[in-house]
Structure formats: structure tokens, C-alpha cells
Design a protein around this ligand. Structure first.
Ligand code: CMP
Length: 154
């Protein structure tokens, strides 16, 4: 069983549009365990660090400006293959490629205002979680339904 932790952000457009509950519910009901949660306005330095792999691309400055413009919600979640699973639930980055039923497929028609962000690899999940969460802000606990959700180690 590949238990992974990953970072999800509800971007400023998701918060402004009142979609926080709707979005968190999708991850919760899938069976992912919420292990960290905060509402914050992202400082410019943290946005620059988060999106450093995109430094130099034409959209970088606008992306940093957008991500720091209004509050966001940061979620840390854990579960079987959480990194890939969360990206599937979020949907593709490009609006014409995000399938209906995914968060972006249901709520987004713009590549920047695309409601959610999620880490795309184990390395980036570790890096991004450490940007958004301090030590002690990510919790270790068991959910009562965990044995059913995660299955046995066969
Ligand atoms: P996100 O999942 O937050 O990861 C990087 C972000 O860069 C992405 O969502 C988009 O919002 C943005 N992005 C990626 N490609 C482009 C592009 N071609 N034009 C504008 N923004 C982009």
C-alpha cells in the first residue's frame, strides 16, 4: 500500500467563489485523510518558492500576483496513492482537458483561475508541504474507518 501525503491549495478564486466546503468534501468523501488545514494569505516569498519550477515562464509573475491577491486554503491530505489521486480529482490544468466531474472540469474555464493546485510528485509534495506547513501543523492520527478505506497490507 503506497501511503502518500500531498498538498492541495484552494486558490483565491475558489475561496472568493465560496467553494471551500464543496472542494474539501470531494477529498474527504473519496477517503483521503485530512492531516493539515489552514486559511491564509500567501506571502509573496512563499508563492515565489512554491512556483519556483515555473520561474522564467511567461505566466510566472501573474501567477504569483494572483496567488497572493486574496486568501487561500492549504490542505495536507494522506492516503493510498494520494498524489496521483488528488490530481485526478482536481482535473487537468488546461480547461479544455479537465474532465467534467473533476473540480476544474466542473468549476473552471481559465488556466490561471483554476480553483485548485496540487503537488505533482513525491519530491514536490514534500517540498510544497514544507512551504505551507510548519513542523507540528501536520498531524498523525487514525480515522475509525481507516482499516476499511486502506484495506489490508496483502
Ligand atoms: P497549478 O496546478 O497551480 O500549477 C502551476 C500553475 O501555472 C497552473 O496551475 C496554472 O494555473 C499555471 N499555468 C500553467 N501553464 C500555464 C499557461 N500556459 N498559461 C498560464 N498559466 C499557466
Amino acid at each position: 500500500m503506497d501511503q502518500e501525503k500531498t498538498l492541495i491549495l484552494i486558490k483565491p478564486d475558489g475561496v472568493q467563489r465560496g467553494l471551500i466546503g464543496e472542494i474539501i468534501a470531494r477529498f474527504e468523501r473519496k477517503g483521503l485523510k485530512l492531516i493539515g488545514l489552514k486559511l491564509l494569505t500567501l506571502p509573496k516569498g512563499k508563492a515565489e518558492e512554491l512556483y519556483s519550477p515555473h520561474l522564467g515562464k511567461f505566466f510566472y509573475d501573474y501567477l504569483v500576483q494572483f496567488m497572493t491577491s486574496d486568501p487561500i486554503v492549504a490542505l495536507a491530505v494522506e492516503g493510498n496513492n494520494a498524489i496521483e489521486l488528488v490530481r485526478l480529482i482536481n482535473g487537468a490544468t488546461k480547461p479544455l482537458e479537465s474532465a467534467p466531474g473533476s473540480i476544474r472540469g466542473d468549476f473552471s474555464i481559465d488556466i490561471t483561475h483554476n480553483v485548485v493546485h496540487a503537488s505533482d510528485s513525491p519530491e514536490n509534495a514534500e517540498r510544497e508541504l514544507s512551504i505551507l506547513f510548519d513542523e507540528g501543523e501536520i498531524l498523525e492520527y487514525r480515522r475509525i474507518d481507516e482499516a476499511v478505506l486502506c484495506g489490508p497490507d496483502l
